[in-house]
Design a protein around this ligand. Structure first.
Ligand SMILES: [Zn+2]
Length: 274
């Protein structure tokens, strides 16, 4: 099923595909099995959109995923049209969510939390359907990033899905209590869903940011990424998108399949961080 959950600044529709009926009415998934996949929050991170569009055909339309699954392949259609990181008025949607939002952000965060319609659309969707697991795809820090302690088990499970060889392009980053999360990506989706959001029943979603590699070949992720890693992956995408997908998509799809199957069993009513 394809639903429109909102419109962009420039009036483009924001589509959400799901294997359950969604008509904008609240229908919280209380079972811990519902999954939401998000791509294209940054409009110039184009492989995230292609991979999720392919996933819709191969896994959602085909009926192979049996747990509740919603896929929002393109969160930022204006940015995608302009090949820009930002939305139609120059805001970074991944700094516009309502947890540790900061006007002094490293990227333009908007005039306040939830100032942008694209952010409000997904915010409202998450509050109404309460997905137990949220995976957001980005370019190209090459890591599997768990936000909040309740997200560690899911991120580890995704990591374990990969063979030792397939893990090489990635780094696994799980919650460390000694790290103050407030300063990292203020107002990001990971901040809000991983650290700020508590559903009415006291549960928290598992939130994983899946940062895709910046190259198409299996090789070790260096501790320090090259300065031009984003330029590299954009150039690769311009010239040889199929080569990039051939190298990256298979392991990503298996991680997403694993996430769909994974029951988020983080104990309800547990105190979260701060
Ligand atoms: Zn991004």
């Amino acid at each position: 099923m394809r639903n429109i959950i909102g419109n962009s600044i420039d009036g483009r529709e924001i589509f959400l595909h799901s294997n359950f009926p969604y008509h904008g009415v609240p229908g919280p998934d209380e079972t811990g099995t519902g999954t939401l996949l998000i791509g294209g929050t940054h409009g110039d991170e184009r492989a995230t959109v292609s991979i999720l569009e392919n996933f819709i055909v191969s896994h959602l339309d085909s009926g192979t995923v049996r747990t509740p699954l919603a896929v929002l392949p393109l969160h930022n259609p204006d940015g995608y049209a302009a090949d820009s990181r930002y939305n139609g008025r120059g805001v970074d949607l991944n700094r516009n969510f309502p947890h540790h939002w900061s006007r002094d952000s490293d990227e333009p965060p908007g005039i306040g939390p939830l100032s942008e319609p694209e952010t409000r659309a997904i915010h409202a969707y998450i509050l109404s359907r309460r997905p137990a697991k949220i995976i957001s795809l980005h370019w190209a820090l090459a890591e599997i990033d768990a936000d909040g302690p309740q997200s560690t088990a899911l991120a580890v499970k995704m990591w374990e899905t990969l063979s030792p060889e397939e893990r090489k392009p990635y780094r696994l980053r799980v919650h460390r209590p000694e790290v103050m999360p407030a300063g990292i990506c203020p107002g990001s989706m990971g901040q809000w869903c991983g650290n700020g959001l508590v559903y009415p029943d006291g549960s928290r979603p598992a939130m994983v940011t899946l940062e895709l590699p910046y190259h198409a070949h299996i090789r070790d992720r260096p501790e320090r990424l090259p300065e031009d890693h984003l330029d590299r992956v954009r150039e690769l995408w311009r010239t040889r998108p199929q080569a990039y997908l051939a190298g990256v998509e298979g392991p990503v799809v298996r991680m997403l399949e694993t996430a769909c199957r994974f029951p988020n069993a983080w104990p309800h009513h547990s105190p979260g961080p701060g």
